[in-house]
Ligand binder design. Structure first.
Ligand SMILES: C[S@@+](CC[C@H](N)C(=O)[O-])C[C@H]1O[C@@H](n2cnc3c(N)ncnc32)[C@H](O)[C@@H]1O
Ligand code: SF4
Length: 368
């Protein structure tokens, strides 16, 4: 079993971010932890192979609330042997003591939102940390837990291959074995999106994006980190087991504001706003505002979309189980294979590096 827990708070809202996260509201944190733990206590006890506390920023909680939250989770759930327990952290709201608290309660993997190592770039991104803070946070995380990942953002105006190389050196300096690298996306509803609409910001040319992506992929390959998903790179065996389970279409339990669970074909989405979530749980309700029974068509669409994100690709046997006849998709796949965008490897269907650059188009062609 897999479990996702959401902490919706951040010290400040980044101007590009459309995650379910909200700044401030520190006075609400204790009530939120109470509500989250009440929901956790209603979940099956496990054993869980993976747990992932994401956000928002789990480390936006102060030391006391963080410890209380983790202890409450540990009191209720059982972890499978060798379980992976990840927590996200922002270098600007984490310190060695928070990492120690996390490790003490069983967290064995930290994922840090570094984004960049360059002070000016971090300021432009509206981040609350600078390069030195990122360096300290990564070092403290490595001292606290066995596995550390860092998020980077690329595709930023003015960013060149040399800047990417300087950022990637962080992984070398600290011996990190996992990287998540995201192209800056202008998400509707964000400040960056509004600024782009006003003509104050512009997307970089796609040719530049591709050049930067090659710099990312080549730089990480030189460090022994291979792409295993569209935005994720790892040394062999260091992949995020939690996210792999999600991309492979496994069931996962969840708790927290805006958190989504999928169990036995039923997908539940919880109230996004923490105040509404707290009110619903405190009143004895489940805070679920959307309940979907996934259809065979939904499962199939996700098998294609998520499967093609993975380097391992889509399993035709799984597609057949979900009712997709090779007689439908094979004639669509053959021209893509001939174009070098798709490859059949180990009996599975995967994107090539060239196909990865046009992932959305290739996926759309193959989908039922
Ligand atoms: C929940 S945050 C990680 C933890 C913490 N909140 C932080 O930002 O440090 C998830 C990651 O998504 C990425 N991200 C969020 N919004 C993005 C956007 N609009 N474009 C590209 N990457 C984005 C960032 O790399 C960020 O680290
Ligand atoms: S990028 Fe992270 S820190 Fe920034 S607003 Fe989003 S969730 Fe919060």
């Amino acid at each position: 079993m897999h479990l996702y827990l959401h902490i919706p708070y951040c010290a400040a809202k980044c101007p590009y971010c459309d995650f379910n996260s909200i700044a401030g509201r520190d006075g609400e944190h204790a009530a939120y932890v109470d509500a989250l733990l009440a929901e956790v206590r209603r979940l099956p006890t496990g054993p869980y192979a993976t747990v992932f506390i994401g956000g928002g920023t789990p480390t936006a909680l102060d030391h006391r609330e963080l410890a209380r939250c983790l202890a409450g989770i540990r009191d209720h759930i059982r972890l499978a042997p060798e379980a992976e327990w990840t927590c996200e952290a922002n270098p600007g709201s984490a310190d060695a003591e928070k990492f120690r608290i996390l490790a003490e309660h069983g967290v064995n993997r930290l994922s840090l939102g570094v984004q960049s190592t360059d002070d000016a770039t971090l300021r432009w991104l509206g981040r609350i940390h600078d390069g030195a803070a990122a360096e300290r946070a990564v070092a403290a995380a490595c001292a606290a837990v066995p596995r550390v990942s860092a998020d980077l953002m690329f595709g930023l105006p003015g960013q060149d291959a040399a800047a990417v190389a300087r950022d990637l050196d962080l992984y070398r300096r600290h011996g990190l074995r996992h990287a998540s690298v995201y192209h800056l996306a202008y998400e509707p509803g964000t400040e960056f999106h509004a600024r782009r609409s006003r003509g104050e910001l512009a997307e970089i040319p796609s040719e530049d994006s591709r050049r930067l992506w090659s710099a990312v992929a080549d730089g990480l390959a030189a460090l022994g980190l291979e792409p295993y998903e569209t935005s994720n790179f790892a040394a062999p065996g260091q992949e995020s087991q939690h996210n792999l389970a999600y991309w492979r279409g496994r069931d996962y339990q969840a708790a927290g504001a805006g958190a989504v669970s999928t169990v036995d074909g039923v997908r539940l989405t919880r109230e996004k706003h923490p105040a509404q979530y707290i009110a619903a749980i405190t009143a004895g309700g489940d805070a679920v505002w959307r309940r979907e029974a996934l259809t065979a068509q939904d499962h199939l669409a996700e098998a294609w979309m998520l499967g093609l994100r993975l380097a391992e690709g889509v399993d035709p046997a799984r597609l057949a189980d979900l009712g997709d006849d090779p007689a439908r998709w094979r004639p669509l796949a053959v021209p893509l294979i001939d174009l070098g965008l798709l490859v059949e490897r180990d009996g599975r269907l995967a994107l090539t590096p060239a196909g990865r650059l046009v992932q959305d188009e290739v996926t759309a062609r193959l989908m039922p």
